[in-house]
Write a protein that binds this ligand. Structure first.
Ligand SMILES: NC(=O)C1=CN([C@@H]2O[C@H](COP(=O)(O)OP(=O)(O)OC[C@H]3O[C@@H](n4cnc5c(N)ncnc54)[C@H](OP(=O)(O)O)[C@@H]3O)[C@@H](O)[C@H]2O)C=CC1
Ligand SMILES: N[C@@H](CC=O)C(=O)O
Length: 350
């Protein structure tokens, strides 16, 4: 089966997924009977190109890297350039929109509108953008269902580590009493580097260079990014829709090097912890730095690695750990969603 995809946003994660399409082309055909045809790329500053018969992905990547624009892609009778993101979503022939624009922690836009337009046009969406899922979970999941399209967002929490599908599918049947975790790669990376003696500013700069941080890293260090992820976990995993504003939130900006070192000397570590307590009819959700004993399973999680613990009534605590940020890892989360989209299409045909 050939799946036609359009990228809306083509920064680090979008380009990483494009590379995965090249790297895994044979595997996708052989193991999943899935051929991916990239028909469009639309980005704010890098321009847009649409070719209904499919673009050569390697050439698109070369155009971006060499010229900073996809609009230097070679012209032929099929290519159309200069469409906006909305025009691309509405007018291209893609089956699936890959929404990888930046996460806006105030409004969730432009991504929320991108998802609405896609669903209205009968197109599926896969995204790593936390905005639409945190702020418009109910309306978007309902709209996707009403339009019989797929809405995949595995990478919105813990990037390529399956923090959403694992509890929903594999832990089904349990009552999850509490979820707690380290859910932001940038801040965990900064705290780890500070323990090794690196100054806060330098560590943040390194996290930005490595592609972990948000376009505006205030989202990471003030805890807003985790607050979004906490709202997504409550809505999707616990079935208790909450808004990000229902999550009390404190970041790491008040922690000093002296605090970090003092904790280490006392056999403890500062970690930015998200916690959701399921109280039956409501949830209590917090994001704040906590000083935890070095023996605690979360204390051993270092660098951009994340971890999450699901306290289950039947299976007991289940801990999942893996990358929480990173371009390839996050690109992979989109690939998982695309494979699930394909499975769904195959089942619909039976
Ligand atoms: N990086 C990571 O480790 C992870 C990222 N995410 C999420 O994935 C998404 C993508 O992240 P990442 O690739 O790192 O971010 P980048 O900032 O590298 O890329 C975002 C891209 O979106 C483009 N863009 C902004 N507005 C629009 C618009 N209206 N239409 C089209 N394109 C637009 C930007 O354009 P330009 O720069 O040209 O202006 C940029 O190229 C974000 O929402 C992020 O929160 C989720 C998990 C992990
Ligand atoms: N900026 C985020 C990226 C993934 O959501 C992080 O550092 O975890």
């Amino acid at each position: 089966m050939t799946i036609k995809v359009a990228f809306i946003g083509f920064g680090g994660v979008g380009q990483a997924l494009a590379e995965i399409f090249i790297e895994k082309k044979k595997k996708l055909i052989n193991a999943h009977d899935m051929e991916v045809s990239v028909v469009a790329v639309a980005d704010l500053m890098k321009g847009s190109v649409y070719r209904p018969g499919g673009l050569e992905v390697k050439t698109v990547l070369e155009c971006v890297r060499n010229d900073g624009s996809v609009e230097t892609y070679p012209d032929d009778h099929q290519t159309i350039k200069g469409w906006s993101s909305i025009e691309t979503i509405e007018r291209c022939n893609a089956d699936v929109i890959v929404e990888v624009t930046y996460t806006d922690v105030q409004t969730g836009e432009p991504a929320i509108t991108h998802c609405h337009r896609a669903f209205e046009k009968g197109k599926s969406v896969i995204t790593t953008n936390k905005g639409p899922v945190a702020l418009a979970y109910k309306e978007l999941t309902e709209k996707a269902e009403a339009n019989n399209v797929f809405f995949g967002f595995e990478g919105t929490v813990m990037s390529g580590t399956p923090a959403l599908r694992l509890p929903v599918e594999t832990l089904a049947g349990n009552h999850i009493k509490e979820i707690k975790g380290i859910l932001n790669g940038t801040t965990n990376f900064i705290l780890t580097e500070m323990e090794k003696g690196m100054e806060y500013d330098k560590a943040l700069e390194k996290a930005q260079q490595l592609g972990y941080a948000e376009a505006d890293p205030t989202s990471d260090v003030e805890g807003y990014d985790i607050r979004y992820k906490t709202a997504i976990l409550s809505s999707h995993v616990l079935g208790m829709p909450i808004l990000h504003t229902d999550v009390s939130c404190e970041g790491i900006t008040n922690l000093t090097m002296a605090d970090v070192i003092e904790a280490l000397e006392d056999g403890e570590r500062w970690k930015l912890i998200a916690r959701i307590i399921n109280e039956g009819d409501t949830v209590k959700a917090t994001v704040k730095p906590e000083r935890i004993p070095i023996q605690d399973s979360l204390a051993g999680i270092s660098g951009a690695t994340n971890a999450i613990v699901f306290e289950c009534d039947l299976s007991g605590p289940i801990m999942l750990t893996g990358a929480g940020a990173g371009l390839k890892e996050t690109g992979f989360s989109l690939l998982i969603d695309l494979i699930h989209y394909k499975k769904r299409q195959t089942l619909a045909k039976i």
